[in-house]
Design a protein around this ligand. Structure first.
Ligand SMILES: Nc1ncnc2c1ncn2[C@@H]1O[C@H](COP(=O)(O)OP(=O)(O)OP(=O)(O)O)[C@@H](O)[C@H]1O
Ligand SMILES: [Mg+2]
Length: 580
């Protein structure tokens, strides 16, 4: 058994009792099938003998009862096995979600969101389809097969042997086809992942698509990918449709042999016609489970193709994990040190030899041109990535020695991208601290100067803000993000362009609120507008991943470095950055 299949089946283990129940009742169904085939002989015998008239009453009654028992049993085994399948799939889906959400940031840089979504939905449904059918069919068909084989061997073991010889002949082509099906399924799901990426990007970037009039272009790209999908899927159609005819042709050899040998036995008087009928009935009935087993096998192969992709994602190696003896940090005082930090995302170095010491409660501003590495420094501080050289220390502990959960508690982030969720305003703020009370939520909103606009919304704090906060303005979104960070009440605050979308007046107000909050907290502020960072204890000027200068506003303005040049630019020819 392939490892993928084994791993899939392991998800069924907790539901063994459902499987057992199902197996028991499928035994009954199989037995009924066998009984039916067996009864053909005595019934025909008596009809042909033409004396026993009670048979006309008993046989129809017998058939009804037989199928009643069979029907009830079938219902039970079907329902229980499907339930077990759904439960197993539910566990797989949960594991997939839990494992992927815990993946490193670098995993998400590599992996397209749409492709992940496609794995989570399409691949897992394909797995589910397979598992449902396979486990459902496997018991029943194997048991029917055994019962029917019993009948044919009992009736005439010589004939049975002849017909039995053909079955092994079907195995090799079946395996070959199964392999092709698995590969076809894998490839078509790969293409489906690309399709998912296009869909996801289109709908989340619909504004840009519309603004640039790209509807036609994106539709063509979609149609092309959709076409590719069908091309790949055609291979699946080809092989799965080929499977049954091939088996049937091979099996027909057996039937032909049986009719030849059986017919001559009847003529020679070594077998009654009724016996031959019963034998042939059993053989024809045997067709069904054999065919079904074959198609189960094919569906299983398809499912294995999907499962490979699913498990591959689940098994992606994480590099950012707790050390076995990781330190559990209580609330830190907020001393941060970058020691000779070097970092690269790919081959290009992004930070080099960065040294920085921040005392608890200090406000540090990171300034510098776009792409100079400011957000990267913040990401490293939160250990979204591990540094390639040097170390970052928090209260004297190397970040890599601290347990991830306790590290996470130390930071509140307002990111450059204002990420909000399709939920109410109150709940969006509460993402900062899930157990916050309504009063605390409102206090945070007031501190972020968001309370005013929230009150004006039709449903206030209960207003749903739409997908990614689409129903809010940029500045409103930013204020909600600030409120969300404030409510977390973490000892270190990271504000990455946190007030860039606000007008000067609101910015000043939010700035004031933030300044109150910055007290007793170490704060990292990233800003392009230098007016926002003048009060910083420490201004760090970055360029191309190197620290050019460090000092207070007064120190740096007095010098002749990048900061004083930027400062001169920002404050000379524009009186007040009203239209910033
Ligand atoms: N996820 C990533 N994968 C690969 N390269 C990245 C990634 N994020 C940033 N970079 C690269 O790292 C460099 C620094 O990026 P960073 O986001 O830290 O800049 P920044 O100083 O925050 O700029 P901005 O002011 O525009 O926000 C850039 O050259 C960028 O191309
Ligand atoms: Mg940035």
């Amino acid at each position: 058994m392939s490892p993928v299949l084994k791993r899939t089946l392991r998800y069924f283990l907790p539901y063994w009792w459902l499987l057992l129940l199902s197996a028991l009742f499928s035994l009954v169904v199989g037995a009924m099938d066998g009984a039916f085939a067996y009864l053909v002989e005595p019934v025909l015998q008596r009809i042909f003998a033409g004396k026993d008239t009670t048979i006309f009453l008993l046989v129809p009654m017998g058939i009804v009862i037989l199928f009643l028992v069979r029907g009830v049993s079938r219902y039970i085994y079907d329902a229980t096995i499907k339930l077990a399948g759904q439960k197993a799939i539910q566990d797989i889906r949960n594991d997939f979600f839990r494992l992927t959400t815990r993946q490193d940031m670098s995993f998400y840089n590599r992996q397209a969101t749409g492709d992940l979504m496609s794995r989570m939905t399409n691949d897992i449904s394909t797995m589910q389809e397979g598992m449902g059918q396979v486990v459902t069919g496997l018991f029943r068909d194997l048991i029917s097969l055994a019962a029917l084989l019993g009948v044919i061997f009992y009736r005439n073991w010589q004939l049975a042997t002849i017909s039995f010889i053909v079955f092994p002949l079907t195995i090799y082509p079946a395996q070959l086809i199964g392999k092709k099906i698995k590969n076809a399924a894998r490839r078509s799901l790969d293409v489906m992942g690309g399709l998912g990426t296009t869909i996801q990007e289109t709908f989340s970037g619909i504004k840009v698509i519309k603004a640039f009039g790209l509807e036609q272009q994106i539709s063509e790209r979609f149609e092309q990918e959709n076409h590719n999908f069908l091309q790949q899927f055609k291979r699946y159609i080809k092989y799965s449709s080929l499977a049954t005819p091939v088996t049937e042709m091979i099996v027909s050899l057996g039937v032909a042999a049986v009719i030849y040998v059986g017919g001559s036995q009847v003529m020679a008087g070594r077998m009654t016609p009724a016996e031959l009928f019963s034998f042939i009935a059993a053989m024809i009935m045997l067709f069904t489970p054999v065919k079904k087993l074959q198609s189960s096998y094919n569906v299983m192969q398809r499912s294995a193709g999907a499962a490979e992709r699913v498990f591959q994602t689940m098994d992606a190696q994480r590099s950012i994990v707790d050390k076995p003896d990781a330190v559990e940090l209580a609330r830190v005082s907020g001393r941060v040190e970058f020691q000779e930090v070097g970092f690269r995302y790919g081959d290009e170095p992004v930070l080099q030899g960065v040294n920085l010491a921040v005392a608890p409660g200090q406000m540090v501003a990171l300034v510098g041109p776009s792409g100079s590495g400011k957000s990267t420094m913040a990401a490293l501080l939160m250990r979204f990535y591990d540094v390639d050289q040097g170390a970052i220390l928090l209260d004297g502990h190397d970040l890599r020695d601290i347990s991830l959960v306790s590290l996470n508690r130390q930071f509140a982030l307002v990111d450059q991208e204002t990420t909000l969720f399709n939920d109410t305003i109150a709940n969006n703020i509460r993402y900062g601290r899930p157990d916050a009370s309504d009063a605390e939520v409102e206090a945070a909103a007031r501190a972020a100067f968001a309370d005013d606009f929230i009150q004006q919304l039709p449903e206030g704090y209960a207003t749903n803000i739409g997908d990614r906060g689409a129903r809010l303005s940029g500045g409103q979104r930013q204020r909600l993000c600030i409120a969300r960070a404030l409510i977390k009440d973490a000892p270190i605050l990271i504000l990455d362009e946190a007030t860039s979308a606000l007008d000067t007046e609101s910015e000043k107000m939010v700035q004031q609120a933030l300044e109150n909050l910055m007290r007793n907290r170490t704060t990292f502020v990233i800003a392009h507008r230098l007016s926002t960072v003048q009060n910083a204890d420490l201004i760090v000027v970055l360029e191309q991943g190197n620290i050019l200068e460090i000092g207070s506003h007064a120190d740096l303005v007095a010098g002749s470095g990048l900061y004083s040049r930027l400062h001169a630019l920002q404050f000379s020819d524009q009186p007040e950055p009203v239209a910033a």
